[in-house]
Design a binder for this molecule. Sequence first.
Ligand SMILES: [Zn+2]
Length: 509
Amino acid sequence: MQVFSFFVRDLAPEALTVEYSARFQIPGFQILGLPAPEIQEARERIISAFQASGLEFPKKRILINLAPASIRKSGTGHDLAIAMKILSETIDYSSATRVIACGELGLDGTIRPSGKMGHLIELLQGKIPDPSGLSLILGTEDHAEFNRLLHWRARNGFQNPDPGHVMCIGHLRQLLLPPDSMALDAITLEDPDPVSGSPSEKTLLPLGALQERVLKIASVGRHHTLLLGPKGVGKSASMDWFRALAAPSAKNAAWERALYQESRNEKPDFHSPIRQVHSQVRPAHLLGSFHSGAFRAGELSLAHGGMFFADEFPEWPRDSKECLREPLQSESFQLTSVRGTLRAKCDLQLIGSGNLCPCGGFPARFQSHVHTRTATCRCSEAEVRKYLQRLSGPILDRIDLWAVFSGADRELESKNGSLETLSLQVSRARLLAHAVHGVAPARIPPDKLERLIPKSARSLRLLNSTDSLRDRHKLVRIACSIAALEGLESPDHSSFDEALSYRMFERII
Ligand SMILES: [Zn+2]
C-alpha cells in the first residue's frame, strides 16, 4: 500500500511518500527525510497512541522515510500517515492501495486536525497523479472542514477535484476496521456565505458632507485613501462607515486568502476581511515571513480582497510605511529567502487615518457639529511642520485620495443618508464602474486611463496642471469613480473638477 501525506513549499502543496523499513535489530524508531522537530516528536505521539488504542507497536528497528528526502518538512499533520504506513505492514488493507492520510495524533489516539484542507484541495487539483484512485483518510474535524471548503468552492463556480474515496475517523483504533467501513455519517454543511459582521446603523455616527462624499468615492473605486484632521473630527466614524459599506471579496481572492490563513494555522474565513494594525507595526508583521520554503502570511496578505485600516498612519515607523510601496503599486510583493523567492498577493484597499500634529490639536480652531470650538494645540510651528513631513515621500504617491476634515461642514449632517441609501448608491455605482471598466476604477490600467480623458482644451489644461504621470492617472481614476456615482459611463468636466479639489489637500500638506 502506498501512503502519502503532503507538505507546503513556496505556498504550493507537494505530495510526500511515506516509506517504511523494519529490521530485526534492537527495537527503535527513526524518521528520515529532513523532518522538523515537531515531526521528530511524532515518534513519541505514535508509540503512545498505539498503546492507548490497544495496538502493538512492532518490536523491530523501524525506519520511516519522508520522500523526497532532500526537502525540509514541517507541521504535525503527518502523524496519521506515518501510523497508517506502520499499520499497513501488519493489517491487510487490500481494498485501498493508494492512501492520503492527514491528521495529528493525540497521546490517547484521538485524531486532531491538520488544518491544511485548502492545500489538500489544491494538491488533489492536479498536483498528484490519478486523484480519483486515491483513498483519503481524514480526522473528523478535517473532514468537516474539507467538506465546507468543497461546498464553498462549488457554490462559487470553482471546478472541484474528484476526491476519490473519502474516509473519516475520530480515533486511531478505527484504522483496524476495513477502509470501506470508515466513512461516517454525512456532514451537515455550514453555510459558508458571508454573514454581515459590519456595524449596524445604530452604532454609526453621522458624517459631514465632505466625509460622506469621500466615503462614497473611495468605496466605489476601491481607492487607497488617507483621512486627516484634528482629533474629534470624526475620522473613526468614517472608518466605521467604510466597514459598513465593505464589498464582498472577489472569489479568487477569497480562495487565495484562505490558503494564506492556513499558512498561519487559522481557519479559512470567506467574509470580506478588514484588517487593522496599530501604529508601531513592523515590516515583518505586514509582509509575513518566508524561511526554508515555508511562508507565514502577514497582515497585508490576510487583507487580500478586502480592506486594510492603517490607524495613526503618520506615526508609523518609516520602514513600515516604505514597505507598502510595492504592495500598493502592484497588488503583490516579493519575499526573498536564501533558498528562493516567493510572490504573495495583496489586492487590498488601504484606508489610513491620522492627525496633523503630534498632539492631535492642529488646526487649533475648527467648527464641530455643535459649535465652533478651539482645540488646544501645544505644538510649535516647527513641530507641526516636522510632523507633516512624515506625510510626504514615495509611499504617499500611491495613495489616490486625500481628505482633510476640519469639522466645518458638519452642519450639513442632517442631509446624511441612511446606511441603506448609501449602500444602494455605492453598490449601484460599483456595478456601473465594473460594467464599463471591468475592474474597480482604482485598478484601471494606465493605457486605458489615457483613453478616458475627454479631448477638450479645458480638461487637458486641468490634467496638465498635475506634477507627474502618476498624479495625472490618480486624477483620472478618481474622476471615474465620481462619474460612476453620478451614473455616467465616463468622466466629464465636473468629475475632473471635483477630483482636482481632493488633490488640493495633498498640495497644501
Ligand atoms: Zn499639536
